[in-house]
Ligand binder design. Structure first.
Ligand code: ADP
Length: 328
């Protein structure tokens, strides 16, 4: 598309927060200043756009944010933005500030909103993949995924200490409603006895047989990783079913939950967010609109948002095969 003149860019974070969002905001704002643009923070995602919670940013706003988890622009879910009336309010507020382009950092929902908004109002916009779930196409990794895996592994290591001391069997639930990326990474990285992910159904009797075999072989690993949206149910449900087959086992359940969203971003996520923040602003200046900037084989790639949000990214079969070999 022929680039439009862009002078003022609004940046927002939306939906589920992820570690590295701050680093992405900071990089986009820094890049904007580098190209002599005015940069605006839109607070609380689309909700703040509708309520005109929009402020011009200066370099002080982005000092010491790169290393912090969460998002200083705050995030929110906005039902009103799903309505044409809500989006009209949001558009009018952007116009009142003279904002002529947007950087939207969020997951598939947030990027769906950005796509719709672009179709309706034509404001140049670029999305950045900000989610711990890694469930967006058009990037090898999403911002926050690596940190979330590190956090999960660190927590599982601690659980293993107590599990081993008491010969307990732990079912640890990690995040991942539709995709088992965190589960498979954390499972391989923590030598789990089994990994249950939404993409693959594991019959309970198979799981039980696997646990029995491991027990006979006196394997010390006694952790089963369960993705929250697994086809066989959450960790609690699966633990309940296994208990019926193995009544003598001392079974415990730990749900890692929101702690996986927090914490300082890993070096990988800082770098990813920094590269993509710059790519967002440069893409807008080059006339790349309605796309998501991602990193594939360490190169910036712009993928149409419509394609990036299609739910076809699933755990690599090869990773699944490796996990199977290592837990046998
Ligand atoms: P995430 O971006 O983490 O996937 P959500 O799915 O909750 O999080 O989406 C974040 C926000 O994006 C929603 O609260 C809503 O404001 C906006 N959004 C999501 N889907 C749509 C849609 N179909 N149309 C317009 N806005 C949407």
């Amino acid at each position: 598309m022929e680039p439009k003149t862009i002078k003022k860019i609004g940046v927002l974070t939306s939906g589920g927060d992820s570690p590295g969002m701050n680093a992405a905001i900071r990089a986009a704002v820094r890049a904007g200043f580098y190209y002599n643009l005015e940069m605006y923070g839109i607070y609380r995602g689309y909700e703040g756009m509708i309520q005109n919670d929009i402020k011009k940013l200066d370099s002080k706003n982005i000092t010491h944010v790169l290393e912090r988890g969460g998002t200083f622009l705050k995030s929110a879910r906005s039902l009103e933005f799903k309505t044409p009336e809500g989006r009209k309010k949001a558009y009018d507020n952007l116009m009142s500030h003279g904002i002529d382009a947007l950087v939207v950092i969020g997951g598939d929902g947030s990027l769906t909103g950005a796509h719709l908004f672009f179709k309706e109002y034509g404001i140049p916009s670029i999305g950045l993949p900000g989610t711990i779930d890694n469930d967006l196409s058009g990037t090898d990794s999403t911002i926050g995924f690596d940190t979330a895996c590190n956090t999960a592994i660190e927590a599982i290591d601690k659980i293993r200490d107590t599990a081993t001391s008491h010969d307990r069997l732990f079912f640890v639930e990690v995040m991942g409603r539709d995709a088992g990326f965190i589960a498979i990474n954390a499972g391989i990285g923590s030598a789990a006895a089994a990994i249950l992910i939404p993409e693959k159904k594991m019959p309970i009797d198979h799981l039980v047989d696997k646990l029995k075999i491991r027990s006979k072989a006196k394997k010390s690993s006694n952790i089963v990783i369960v993705a929250e949206g697994g086809k066989s149910g959450g960790a609690g449900e699966i633990a309940g079913k296994v208990k019926k087959y193995l009544p003598t086992y001392d079974i415990k359940v730990t749900i890692l939950g929101h702690l996986q969203r927090g914490g300082a971003p890993s070096s990988f996520d800082r770098l990813l967010a920094s590269k993509l923040g710059v790519a967002a602003v440069e893409g807008l200046l080059q006339g790349k609109y309605d796309v998501m900037a991602g990193l594939i084989n360490n190169k910036v790639v712009y993928t149409p948002i419509k394609k990036a949000i299609v739910d076809d990214k699933t755990v690599d079969e090869e990773d699944f095969r490796i996990a199977k070999i290592l837990s046998t």
